[in-house]
Ligand binder design. Sequence first.
Ligand code: SER
Length: 314
Amino acid sequence: MKRIIVTGALGQIGTELTLKLRELYGEDNVLPTDIKEPVDSPLEGKPFEILDVTDYEEMVRICKEFNGDTMMHLAALLSATCEKDPQLAWNINMGGLVNALETARTLNLQFFTPSSIGSFGPSTPKDNTPQTTIQRPVTMYGVNKVSGELLCNYYFEKFGVDTRGVRFPGLISHVREPGGGTTDYAVEIFFEAVKNGKYASFIDKGTFMDMMYMDDAIQAIIDLMEADASKLEDRNAFNVTKMSFDPEMVAESIRRHYPEFELTYDVDPVRQGIAENWPNSIDASEAKRQWGFDAKFDLDKMTDTMIEAIKKKL
Ligand code: SER
C-alpha cells in the first residue's frame, strides 16, 4: 500500500493528481501540501498541510508524522514566471528539489518529480526529439529542469533513492488553470472559446509544441511509479507526449463546436521566445518501451472533453 505526500498540491497537476491518488489508494493515504490553504479548491475540507518547500525541517517533520513511503514533488514555478524573477526561481525550484530529495533519502521514500520540454534548448534537435540528446536550455526554467534531472539521477546512483520522472509537454486541463507557463495559451483558448467565442493568443501562428491532456499525464505518473524497477533503463526523465499542435490547429478543432470561433494574435515576446527554443515534437518511444506509457486523448477528443467540462463549470 502506498502512502503519498504531494507538494505543490494546489497547482495544475497537483490538484488532479491528489484527487486521483485518493481514489486509487484511499483518502487517508494521500497527504497534499502547498504553501497556502486550499480555498476554492476541490481539496478544501480534507486533510491538508501547509508546507513551504524551501523549509527543510518542516518538510521532514510533516513527512515523518504522516509516515509516508512516497513523495511526489510538484512545487515549482513555471517557465514565464521564472524569467520574471530568476533568483526566486532558482531558490524555489532547486532549493525545493534538494530539500525534497534529501527528505526522500533520509526517510527512504520513493520519489517523483516532473521535468519538462523546457529542459531542451535551441541546439536540441527540434523534431522527434530523442530521449537522450543535447540539453543546453537558455531559460532559468530550463536550467532548473536539466539540473533537476541530473540531481535526481545522482540521488539514484549515489544513494539508491528510487527517483523517477518524466518530461511533460504542455498539459491541458479544466479543473485548475496553470499559471505563468508558456503552454498556458492551450488552456486559455478553451475557456475563452466557451465564454466569449474568441481568443487572442500570446503564442504565434505556426509555433508547434507538444501537449497532453491532464488525465493522460496523471496516468503516466501512476504507471511510471508502479513500473517494475528492473525494466527502467532511464529514470529521470522520460519524454512523454500525445500531440503536437500550433494555435491554428486548436482553433480548427474548436470550430467543430463553435464555427464562428475567432482566433487572433497578441504575441508575448517573452513566451514566444521561450516557445521557439523548445522542440516542435518529442519522441516518447522509450517511455512506451520501458514502462508502457500510453496516452488516449488526441486533439479532437481533448477538445470535446474540455468544452463539455467548461460548459458545465460555467
Ligand atoms: N507548461 C510548462 C510551461 O509552459 C512547460 O513545462 O512552463
